[in-house]
Write a protein that binds this ligand. Structure first.
Ligand SMILES: O=P(O)(O)OC[C@H]1O[C@](O)(CO)[C@@H](O)[C@@H]1O
Ligand SMILES: [Mn+2]
Length: 433
């Protein structure tokens, strides 16, 4: 694994992220003092010392330790560790550099959370909050042009033909896809916002979409349409398994708005993270903050979108959920056994959109599959509902390509799988295969 992308992530990117976390906590010392007095200062010191210890364990390849906090998922994490220890033969060998990349990377974020949880006055401090809010603020131009575009569609949505609706659907899927470039984990927390209008670049980005199943996704949604109580004929529910806050979340909200206002779906269920995760992932707080922020923006169409989104939530057309499974290291083919309630929830959807790279790694079990292996094979039975991954490539894994396509890409651009420059819109319908 030396020199591999996984190795370099653990050696370089994760310690950098931890150093930034320590720095963020330290910079907020005065705030903790103002809020909690001396207890706040003690908590700050204690959390920093736990995080420094964590960084040292990582850098010196120490064994992975059991969690000591008491969250509902603590036991499950510790059982997962025991399973790894059994698989690898002994306790010592489950260490940072000798364990699956997906596991240790998820574990690091869970340990960061533990360090705060063990220091009660500051336990709900989100160490990644600043970066996420900054990501939104710095993308304001792109947010404005996107909301203006949506207003243009919504304005005469009743008059649009099926073909015109498909064109808008396809564009907004692509916007949401490219929104995934803006994550803060790949850049180790370095600013990574969207400066220009994504709509203007869609055409020139088309050659970078390696698999584009948009038409299949569309057909799936159309075939799920039924007459509803409202008098409209729509599919019932689209679920969006969110990835990053900031610009990406806005692209997802815009897509969700379009799905509802066009009558393609009656309801949208969003799935976010219950703890701060992979630097920029959406938590309930980020979700609410983004909508409030949009409402308060001094731009007619952005604030109109914000007000509409709030109304959708209030009236139940949109709902937000989180589930501890999303912040565990499990591959999604384990979901039916390890989180049956979540699996059952997803089964109620007509379509589940999985945003981002980490979700792709979990969908495909983060294995080095041959590039020509089908998406269905890599899912290994996971298929609660028709599903689609919208992912820019940021990890050494890609399935469902044409024979020779991967080799050609490697010869043209050796970092094609990790640069975030390429993307896929990859669909699987468990019901039709
Ligand atoms: O936000 P995303 O798209 O899931 O990306 C998360 C990033 O974190 C990584 O796990 C690397 O740390 C990559 O897979 C990816 O670059
Ligand atoms: Mn992410």
């Amino acid at each position: 694994m030396r020199r591999s992308f996984a190795y370099l992530t653990i050696r370089d990117r994760l310690p950098t992220i931890l150093t930034k976390v320590v720095d963020t906590i330290h910079r907020n010392k005065n705030k903790f003092f103002e809020e909690y007095g001396e207890a706040g200062i003690q908590a700050e010191k204690q959390a920093i010392s736990l995080l420094s210890k964590l960084r040292n364990e990582l850098q010196t390849d120490k064994p992975v330790l059991a969690l000591t906090d008491c969250l509902p998922d603590t036991d499950s994490w510790n059982q997962y560790l025991e399973r790894q220890q059994r698989l690898q033969g002994d306790q010592e060998s489950v260490s940072w550099f000798k364990s699956p990349w997906l596991y240790v990377e998820c574990y690091m974020y869970r340990r960061i959370h533990e360090a705060l949880l063990l220091n009660p006055p500051i336990s709900d401090f989100d160490v990644f909050n600043e970066g996420k809010t900054q990501g939104f603020t710095e993308s304001s131009q792109a947010v404005m042009s996107l909301c203006t575009y949506l207003e243009g569609i919504n304005n005469n949505i009743e008059e649009l033909s099926k073909n015109q609706l498909f064109e808008h659907f396809s564009k907004l899927m692509q916007v949401s896809l490219w929104g995934n470039k803006c994550d803060l984990s790949i850049s180790a927390g370095q600013e990574n916002s969207q400066k220009t209008s994504p709509l203007d670049s869609l055409y020139s980005l088309l050659p970078f979409i390696l698999v584009d199943d948009t038409k299949r996704v569309w057909s799936g949604l159309i075939s799920a349409q039924r007459p509803r109580e409202s008098g409209k004929t729509t599919a019932d529910r689209v679920d969006i398994v969110l990835d990053n806050a900031g610009f990406e979340l806005v692209t997802d909200l815009v897509l969700a708005d379009f799905l509802v206002s066009s009558g393609l779906a009656r309801q949208i269920h969003f799935h976010g993270k219950s703890i701060p995760w992979f630097v920029s992932d959406v938590t309930a707080k980020d979700f609410q903050w983004t909508i409030r922020q949009a409402m308060a923006t001094n731009h007619k169409w952005v604030s109109k979108c914000g007000v509409q989104w709030q109304r959708y939530l209030k009236e139940g057309m949109w709902c937000y959920h989180d589930h501890p499974f999303w912040t565990q290291p499990h591959e999604f083919c384990d979901m039916a056994a390890d989180a049956p309630d979540l699996y059952t929830t997803l089964q109620g959807a007509d379509l589940v959109l999985f945003k981002g790279d980490l979700n792709y790694r979990k969908l495909t079990g983060d294995r080095y599959w041959e590039h020509t292996v089908s998406f269905e094979t890599a899912l290994r039975g996971f298929g609660p509902a028709p599903l689609c991954s919208l992912r820019t490539l940021k990890a050494n894994i890609q399935v469902g390509l044409q024979p020779g396509q991967g080799e050609k890409l490697t010869s043209q651009d050796p970092s094609w799988m990790t640069s975030g420059k390429y993307a896929v819109i990859q669909f699987h319908n468990p019901k039709s295969e």
